[in-house]
Design a protein around this ligand. Sequence first.
Ligand code: DX5
Ligand code: ZN
Length: 228
Amino acid sequence: MTKTLRLAPSILSADFARLGEEVRAIEAAGADLVHFDVMDNHYVPNLTIGPLVCEAIRPHVKIGIDVHLMVEPVDSLIPLFAKAGANIITFHPEASKHVDRTLSLIRELGCKAGLVLNPASPLDWLDHVMDKLDIILLMSVNPGFGGQKFIPSTLGKLRAVRRRIDAHQAAGGQPIWLEVDGGVKTDNIADIVRAGADTCVAGSAVFSCPDADGGYAGVMQALRQAAK
Ligand code: DX5
Ligand code: ZN
């Protein structure tokens, strides 16, 4: 069981017409990161936001921007996001021809680097790059859309990645965050954290909460409470 839980609301479910206000509101409500979903209608069947939007929201918050690239190819976009103020950049290894090189590029530009594994992606992708990872993101839905249902087999996969990270650190390796993305709600976050996650993305759970329930702060408190 990990000590700190980081919450990363995904702005995919925010009101895009009021994005500055939305990111300020989640920061004020206790978010640890802004999760920023980049989709290209090629690697995934949806189209969202790019570096210009990242640059536009950057001055509105102090918390880190966690850029999740669902794009192919990957490399040409990385310098643009680093320049736009991204703090973390993760990508899907299937979308890069040279995974080791892409991870190095992200770090050279001063960002934390990570791989994202789809529900059907094997953990073998981690085998030879553990020393180049600051974060591992496990998808608990198939990427492309918010509001999908959590895939339960992610829990076993989380436990396996947690064992790998702990062994890596016990052998003197650097810290690696373990993030989960997709379908995280108050009714499953305890299982997710118990399985080893320290960072949870939550899109629809945060942004579709009614004001009557305490707004964003209420739902984030409820997520933290449920995770205990
Ligand atoms: C899915 C995105 C997720 C998504 C999560 O492809 O990567 O970040 O916005 O949304 P919820 O929490 O609604 O599943
Ligand atoms: Zn995401």
